[in-house]
Design a protein around this ligand. Structure first.
Ligand code: X5A
Ligand code: ZN
Length: 681
């Protein structure tokens, strides 16, 4: 990729932190989840990773009462200003005890003013273009604080104050539509109420609701709370029915609610109420979002508002997941792409139900919600998991029930020709044999389809839809290298490593072992090339010449797996730090391959095993393998790319695989490999 130095300059990301926000602590030192160590842990991590050096450090200042007063009452401001003073010494405890989940000490006032002031400062500098984006590492948090009441560890509503400041005091900056994304695991009741009738602020919150029993409890967090008067439609709640939600659930909500709405709303700036108590391991949240999940959630918002995004810390009570998640977000803002990672699991059945309910409730205000969700999701999930209400959970610390994520139905018949999935468009250059253009250019090209109704705006870049579709299609994966040895192949499915491997594989998302194994030989030349891999170290790895020759014969072990698993294998075989859209190969590609048997398609531009070969079928199921591109073969021939005998460990794995096939004696197998190494291409 050629990018000018200009393009590559890393973003101007503001970072704000001040030790004085640690002054707010429990009065008599008892332990509390919302404690000073939270922001210290974040700062330590960021420093250890060199983040402050790459950011613009912001001046920290206390918020002014006049600004706070745009969302809080005089009374409330007076209380927070004075609560730390001497004359409140005797009343502090009593006042706090009358409030809901609040403590005060001599440092509370200072910290509260600094937290609000810091978020204002960060927001102003993003709005006026001094910064591209910013992270405010602040406490106490803010989103539960009501106009006239501190609650839920929150004193001033930092994010609401900053939003209101832009709208009312800094109109000249042109921030007329503000999107607040509240991904704290709790509902931000305070923020919702402050802008409930204001269309200039779109408040979006995804939170545990547990049918009204999760903090802050009651009906505020219900999806029926959609705003009022002028603001109707500008309040969106996505209420989880239970804990244990993770990346897959959050990203499904991004795909089907938040991103389409953000597209329609076209915000001028995005403020994130960035609590990290939905993170894996959080003691209050009981959810399991990973740093990678946060990073992707953030990245997907960065295409709006010219990237003007401010993250303001809210909750997050597991110091490690908190620090790691904030670090992931900082990296994402700086680098403009998500951190390296992958997804675990798929959305709960309840997640689709919640998504549907939210879309239904709001479809008169957001026409994009009137488009039906892809049928596969609804059918697959409804049939497998009949709707059951009332998974109950009553408090933060509940022991979670064993919940089963939703799974797609497993079809046993696999007539690929019958499955027309509107996922991608093959971009084939006639006559340019073997060097086909990348399969997809998702951003600009809507997929053509016979059935336009199924192509919603989000179908094309849907992270999960393709999985449920492709999990219903079986293929034979033809292996001819180390993957012939089943334990090694299983590393790509189940994760892990076997003898000789230096690095474990992460495995496929669907860890079901192959449904069947068979052996065959194909008229393609086996050879070893490239000179180093992270997995095996120095030495070549196996390739098949994509062009067949009747005089060539290679042995192949074929595994029956799903097309979804085949995609996960392809991703692992083509290690790359690039973030690419999935799936890499879908049913349409296979259709194309079956119809044009002599052709291959290139799935990941530049990947070592990017070239998908169709090798006929067995039991009516297509046999696919992956190898190098034809242009790579030319480079191996010319010496531009190295040919090289395999590493010993790699060869051993291959040998074990060959012998499992029982077609060759051990001498024959060794001879076969020797020959492949020795013969010129
Ligand atoms: C900001 C935040 C949680 C309050 C929970 C009270 N508050 N049980 O995460
Ligand atoms: Zn929270």
């Amino acid at each position: 990729m050629n990018s000018s130095p200009e393009d590559r300059r890393s973003a101007r990301v503001g970072l704000a932190y001040d030790e004085r926000m640690c002054l707010h602590a429990t009065p008599d030192g008892e332990s509390h989840p919302e404690n000073p160590e939270r922001i210290r842990a974040i700062w330590r991590k960021l420093e250890a990773e060199g983040i402050p050096d790459r950011c613009i450090l912001l001046k920290i200042k206390e918020a002014e009462d006049a600004i706070i007063a745009s969302v809080h009452t005089r009374n409330h401001i007076k209380l927070i200003r004075n609560i730390s003073s001497k004359k409140f010494d005797s009343r502090r405890l009593r006042i706090a005890s009358k409030l809901n989940s609040i403590y005060f000490n001599e440092g509370s006032s200072k910290a509260a003013y600094l937290a609000a002031g810091t978020v204002i400062e960060a927001t102003e500098n993003v709005a006026n273009g001094n910064l591209d984006s910013a992270i405010a590492v602040v406490r106490p948090p803010g989103h539960h604080a009501e106009a006239d009441e501190a609650m839920g560890f929150c004193l001033f509503n930092n994010v609401a104050i900053a939003a209101s400041y832009l709208l009312n005091e800094r109109a000249e900056l042109g921030m007329r539509r503000i999107l607040i994304v509240d991904w704290d695991v709790h509902h931000g009741n305070g923020t919702q109420n402050m802008f409930y009738s204001d269309p200039r602020v779109l408040y979006f919150s995804v939170h545990r609701f547990d049918f009204g029993s999760f903090y802050p409890a009651g009906s505020d967090g219900s999806h029926c709370m959609i705003g009022e008067d002028q603001g109707v439609g500008y309040n969106i709640n996505v209420p989880w029915e239970h804990g244990q939600c993770g990346d897959a659930d959050y990203l499904a909500v991004w795909d089907h609610i938040l991103i389409p709405v953000a597209e329609a709303y076209n915000p001028d700036i995005i403020l994130i109420s960035a609590g990290f108590d939905a993170a894996m391991g959080d003691p209050l949240g009981g959810c399991c979002v990973t740093p990678y999940g946060y990073s992707v959630m953030l990245k997907r918002l960065m295409k709006f508002a010219d990237g003007k995004i401010v993250l303001a810390l809210e909750g997050g009570y597991n110091l490690n997941s908190l620090a790691n998640s904030v670090f992931a977000c900082a990296k994402t803002l700086l680098e403009g792409s998500p951190i390296v990672g992958n997804f675990e699991g798929r959305p709960f059945e309840s997640t689709w139900r919640v998504i549907n309910e939210v879309r239904n409730e709001l479809k008169t205000y957001w026409p994009v919600f009137s488009i039906d969700l892809p049928k596969e999701i609804l059918i697959a999930n409804a049939e497998r998991y009949p709707i059951q209400a009332g998974i109950n959970s009553s408090s933060d610390s509940d022991v979670e029930k064993d919940l089963e994520p939703s799974n797609a139905i497993n079809f046993s018949s696999n007539n690929v020709g019958d499955l027309i999935l509107p996922l991608s468009k093959l971009n084939v250059d006639d006559g340019d044999f073997g060097e086909l253009s990348p399969l997809r250019s998702q951003q600009n090209q809507p997929a053509p389809t016979e059935n336009p109704k199924e192509v919603t705006t989000e179908t094309c870049n849907d992270l999960f839809h393709w999985r449920s579709s492709l999990s219903k299609v079986d293929v034979w994966y033809g292996s001819y290298g180390s993957n012939m040895w089943k334990p090694r192949l299983l590393c790509y499915i189940e994760g892990g490593k076997v003898e000789g491997m230096r690095k474990p594989c992460r495995g496929a998302m669907d860890k079901t072992p192959p449904k069947d194994i068979s052996w065959k030989s194909v008229p393609h030349r086996l050879f070893f090339a490239r000179s180093y891999t992270d997995t095996w170290g120095h030495g070549g790895v196996a390739f098949l010449n994509p062009q067949s020759n009747i005089n060539d014969k290679s042995y192949m072990c074929i595994y029956r797996i799903t097309l979804e698993q085949f995609n996960d294998l392809l991703i692992q075989e083509n290690v790359t730090t690039e973030h690419f859209e999935s799936p890499l190969v879908d049913s349409r590609d296979i259709e194309f391959l079956v119809k044009n048997s002599f052709m291959s398609v290139e799935s990941i531009k530049g990947g070592w095993y990017s070239n998908i070969l169709y090798l006929g079928e067995q039991d009516g199921i297509p046999i696919l393998t992956m190898t190098c591109s034809i242009s790579d073969v030319e480079k191996f021939k010319s010496g531009e790319l190295p040919v090289c005998a395999p590493a010993k460990a790699y060869e051993n794995a291959l040998l074990k695989g060959l012998l499992e096939g029982k077609e060759l004696s051990s001498e024959e197998a060794i001879g076969y490999l020797k020959d492949a190494v020795a013969r010129n291409l």
